[in-house]
Design a protein around this ligand. Structure first.
Ligand SMILES: Nc1ncnc2c1ncn2[C@@H]1O[C@H](COP(=O)(O)OP(=O)(O)OP(=O)(O)O)[C@@H](O)[C@H]1O
Length: 727
């Protein structure tokens, strides 16, 4: 007896269609968790209904080794083919996978989504009991497994077949299954062509009139039609074209009042006829799986003959490379931004590596900056770890990588073996660009590669040091800072600069570190910088709209909008709390802009009458101290700069201040994530300040401490804005 594909009746045209791809993330996650711990046999049985092509199915099963949820991968595969939730549900129920089905049912009933049984009947006829596989000799134990998967015992995740032989399990399971009609072999053809009649799902194609249109989709579709991309880019007009990469022409486009970037793949650039398709497929697959604040999100794609487009959000601050080189006459990135961009990049790489994904094309032009200067790593060139035994190394031979020698280590150039260390190396080159502002490649320079300039410093440090390995990085870091630190960004705390440069050395040395170690160094640097700004001699504040602690008892809140002059004055007056540690030495040349708003060599003195201002209107570059060299004040990340000033008097002013602050807080909601991050750091830095101040016998300002606590409660929605300033 053979297992039959559950037959599908045509969808009712008028019924609202609930697609698998529009399932909320938490439902999908819960569902995947339940499915992933099924026995291999049960999982394969389910998957075989979704993907009838065994090669395709085995490819997904292989991903299990990388720690990726294979059910998620399977759901993606099915989701882009416009599978519906009722279809999924029917399949689960037909296979008696009740726990997973329950996840879907809980969600639909909690959200009042109506999937009535009659409707289900019309959508999909469940597989009949007698169609379940019972014939193969090995089916008896497996039948028992199926039961346990309905109500699993603690070890139900363990198949009766040894987990040490996943290939055998897969094959056994596959061979015992019937062969339903093969679905389209890959994403592209399936999306382009009409589906086989018996296929369980229907691919979407702009040329398939019987298919629901995009407007029918509950939350919009990932799949754009040719017409939609053409309309969004004004027919791929030159005016809409904003850039060009190795693989794609980049267009800025608009659809439904949202601005997008549409990357049109260059069909001719690829080495073989299939490589565009492979590249595209990989890109879409990986984007689907990756969800991280520092990874560029894929919003859609378009696949038609001769036209492959990937659609991303438009990031108004463009690429890191352009920003570092101040193209479009933008102000240099501040140190706060640079450190935070570096950390964002490292986190993105760490995230990918944790998922077993190698990037293989990390460079500053691939790091894009959103309106808050949050970095988003683009993913052209992403590859998966090769699943075969040979290695964690995948052989890379693409044109993209040959063009990226600037960011790749010598070993890689020679052997073409991509490993996590290659990514760490490339990351180091980008970090070096951030710290030095020097181009990664300049053919008119000797050495022309920035990586070689850093390598020379490491080598020199090695030769001149007989001490332990660790100090070599420090030695080299000092040299790098004194020679190459980007002076346009103003001054940088010496300790921070050296940590930053050390992180670069750790990335670029021969036996380089893991990404986690590099992240730790940079996070330490960021904490030092933040602590210094908040507790020490901050002038510009650490790009956050949070109040700065002062040690005066009577400080009150002022909402005065200072003039540019006042800002400058305040910058010059920025005070270090009484008794604060002596100002740390600062690196960088005596700034060409001495009033640049960065950490100038401020005298360490107290200012007992300081208060703080959040000043949303104080954003324009020309109001900033030293605006020619500092744009921190006019970015969203640092919109509300902190300034110390004489206290305002009386209740009236305080009330006015409160009202004003409410406005500010409303705006601050837009920068919620930044705020949350800051608060946590603020609390830690404040507690360390408290400790210090206590030892210096300084009385802490209770009102401000209360305000800090209130801000945290506000962010946790435990206070509303009117209660924020209650003491
Ligand atoms: N989402 C985006 N928002 C704003 N600008 C973008 C976006 N994506 C790309 N760009 C711009 O287009 C340029 C080209 O991007 P693309 O990613 O195609 O190429 P690349 O990174 O320079 O090279 P390669 O294709 O070799 O990785 C970028 O340098 C950037 O200026």
């Amino acid at each position: 007896m053979t297992l039959q594909q559950p037959p599908l009746a045509p969808r009712r045209a008028s019924a609202p269609v609930l697609y698998v791809h529009s399932m909320p993330a938490w439902v999908l996650e819960d569902f995947c968790r339940k499915m992933d711990c099924l026995s291999d046999y049960d999982w394969m049985r389910f998957a075989s209904y979704v993907i009838t092509d065994q090669t395709e199915l085995r490819k997904i099963k292989c991903l299990e080794k990388t720690g990726i949820s294979i059910t998620r991968e399977l759901m993606w595969w099915w989701g882009v083919r416009l599978a519906t939730v009722p279809q999924l549900l029917e399949l689960l129920q037909g296979l008696q996978l009740y726990r997973a089905a329950q996840v879907i049912l809980d969600w639909t009933s909690a959200s009042n989504i109506n999937i009535s049984s009659s409707e289900k009947e019309e959508l999909v006829a469940p597989p009949k009991q007698e169609n379940t596989p019972v014939t193969a000799p090995e089916n008896k134990p497996r039948e028992r497994e199926k039961e346990t998967s309905v109500m699993p015992s603690p070890d139900s995740s363990h198949s009766t077949v040894s987990p040490a032989a996943p290939g055998a399990v897969s094959e056994g399971a596959l061979y015992s299954l019937p062969s339903p009609p093969p679905p389209p072999r890959d994403l592209l053809t399936s999306l382009q062509s009409n589906p086989p009649v018996s296929s369980s799902v229907k691919p979407c194609s702009s040329s398939a009139p019987q298919q629901e249109t995009m407007t029918d989709l509950p939350s919009g579709s990932l799949l754009w039609t040719h017409g939609e991309v053409t309309a969004a880019t004004n027919g791929f007009s030159d005016k809409s074209r904003i850039g060009e990469g190795t693989f794609a022409d980049v267009y800025k486009g608009q659809r439904n009042n949202t601005v997008y970037v549409i990357k049109r793949l260059k069909e001719m650039e690829c080495t073989s006829p299939n490589s565009t398709q492979r590249f595209f497929h990989t890109e879409v697959q990986i984007c689907f799986r990756c969800c991280h604040v520092n990874i560029l999100q894929l919003l859609g794609f378009s696949v038609e003959t001769g036209l492959h487009c990937l659609i991303y959000p438009y990031l108004p601050n463009g690429s890191l490379q352009n920003k570092l080189q101040c193209r479009d006459d933008s102000a240099p990135l501040t140190w706060e931004m640079r450190v935070s961009i570096a950390i964002g990049l490292i986190r993105a790489v760490e995230y990918l590596h944790n998922f077993g994904i190698l990037h293989g094309n990390i460079k500053s032009s691939n790091v894009l900056l959103d309106e808050n200067f949050t970095p988003k790593l683009g993913h052209s060139g992403l590859r998966l770890y090769s699943a075969d035994k040979k290695s964690e190394c995948a052989v890379m031979k693409t044109k993209v990588l040959q063009a990226s020698l600037t960011y790749l280590p010598e070993d890689f150039v020679r052997h073409g073996q991509l490993t996590a260390k290659v990514d760490v190396f490339s990351c180091g080159v980008v970090l070096a660009e951030i710290l030095t502002g020097i181009k990664a490649l300049d053919e008119g320079r000797h050495p022309m590669y920035l990586k070689d300039m850093i390598a020379d410093e490491i080598q020199t440090a090695k030769e001149s040091s007989y001490s332990k390995v660790k100090s070599i990085e420090k030695l080299a870091a000092k040299e790098i800072c004194s020679k190459y630190l980007d002076r346009n960004a103003g001054h940088l705390l010496e300790e921070v600069a050296i940590d930053f440069a050390s992180a670069i050395c750790f990335c670029l040395r021969k036996k380089n570190s893991g990404i986690a170690e590099v992240l730790e160094i940079m996070e330490t640097a960021e904490n030092k910088l933040r602590e210094h700004y908040i507790c020490g001699s901050s002038i510009s504040g650490f790009s956050m709209n949070t109040p700065e602690e002062t040690d005066d008892e009577t400080a009150s809140v002022s909402t005065d909008v200072p003039s540019a002059g006042e800002s400058r004055g305040a910058s010059a007056q920025a005070a270090v709390p009484s008794g604060a540690a002596p100002c740390t030495a600062l690196l960088g040349a005596p700034a060409p802009h001495t009033d640049c708003g960065q950490l100038s060599r401020v005298p360490c003195e107290s200012d007992e009458s300081t208060s703080f201002i959040w000043n949303p209107s104080d954003r324009s570059t020309d109001e900033l101290p030293g605006s020619s060299c500092n744009n921190s004040g006019n970015t969203a990340a640092s919109d509300y700069r902190i300034k110390q000033e004489k206290p305002a008097n009386g209740l009236q002013e305080r009330n006015a201040a409160c009202a004003k602050r409410e406005e500010v807080l409303a705006a601050a909601a837009a920068a919620q994530s930044t705020l949350q991050q800051t608060s946590a750091q603020l609390v830690s830095s404040c507690s360390s300040q408290v400790a210090r101040e206590t030892s210096w016998k300084i009385k802490i300002n209770d009102k401000k401490k209360k305000l800090m606590e209130n801000i945290l409660l506000y962010e946790e929605d435990k206070l509303n804005s009117s209660e924020l300033f209650e003491s």
